[in-house]
Write a protein that binds this ligand. Structure first.
Ligand code: ADP
Length: 222
């Protein structure tokens, strides 16, 4: 299984990505989490310097994103499949990934496009808290943790992301429509696109996604 998840910020890519990874027993690589990990490590590397822009809602360059992902896809645990969340985010990244996979004789199984209304995105991001340690997300109103400020999954500290501010959210949404949404057509042309509604509970989204055909070429809206 080699599954890509795309969708606007707040669509639920991370939550779905972690569930799909458990379901298919493959690793889940979320470029946003990997960039935030690099920032937290605090080492003075090229990646850390490049990652600084994300707190304002800007994207890192395609070269940085590509190198980060290829590094992870080369790891032994990724040889039987993976879930990619937040990558590719531009047509140029998709072209680079396609070339990388072609050289290894590997194929993308499907690209899940999580479709959500803008008002859903805005209400999910306003109040979101994420675990510093395992990146699980919670919501102040919709899905609060059992103990305030503590992750139910791993006991880590919950924080509000630097880019979950009104200006960071606006910038990420604009970048999504300008640079990532064109991927919908790119995947559709290759018969890889699966449009899945990201509205409602996480469990319902996972069920819808698993009902979509994740292995064979077909276009669906579930
Ligand atoms: P969201 O989808 O909610 O914006 P992510 O955690 O997926 O959050 O990503 C956080 C930030 O990391 C993005 O706003 C962007 O700055 C950066 N980023 C993540 N993936 C990529 C990518 N493939 N290319 C460029 N920048 C990326």
């Amino acid at each position: 299984m080699r599954i890509i998840i795309i969708g606007p910020p707040g669509a639920g890519k991370g939550t779905l990505g972690r569930s799909l990874a458990r379901h298919f027993r493959v690793p889940h690589f979320a470029t946003g989490d990997l960039l935030r990990d690099a920032l937290r490590d605090g080492k003075d590397t090229e990646l850390t310097q490049a990652a600084r822009v994300i707190s304002g809602g800007e994207m890192v360059s395609d070269d940085v994103a590509n190198a980060l992902v290829f590094d992870n896809l080369n790891a032994p645990e990724a040889q039987n499949g993976w879930i990619l969340d937040g990558y590719p985010r531009t047509v140029s990244q998709a072209e680079a990934l396609a070339a990388f996979l072609k050289a290894r004789n590997e194929q993308i199984s499907a690209a899940v496009y999580l479709v959500v209304r803008e008002e859903t995105v805005l209400s999910r991001l306003d109040g979101r808290m994420v675990c510093k340690n395992c990146a699980t997300s919670f919501h102040r109103r919709n899905s609060p943790p059992q103990v305030a400020g503590i992750c139910d999954s791993c006991g880590g500290e919950l924080i509000v992301r630097d880019d979950d501010t009104p200006s960071g959210i606006a910038r990420r949404l604009r970048l999504f429509y300008d640079r990532t949404a064109p991927l919908e057509a790119w995947f559709a042309e290759r018969n890889l696109l699966r449009r899945v509604s990201g509205e409602g509970e996480a469990e319902a989204v996972l069920t819808r996604c698993l009902t979509a055909d994740l292995g064979e070429a077909k276009e669906t809206m579930v």
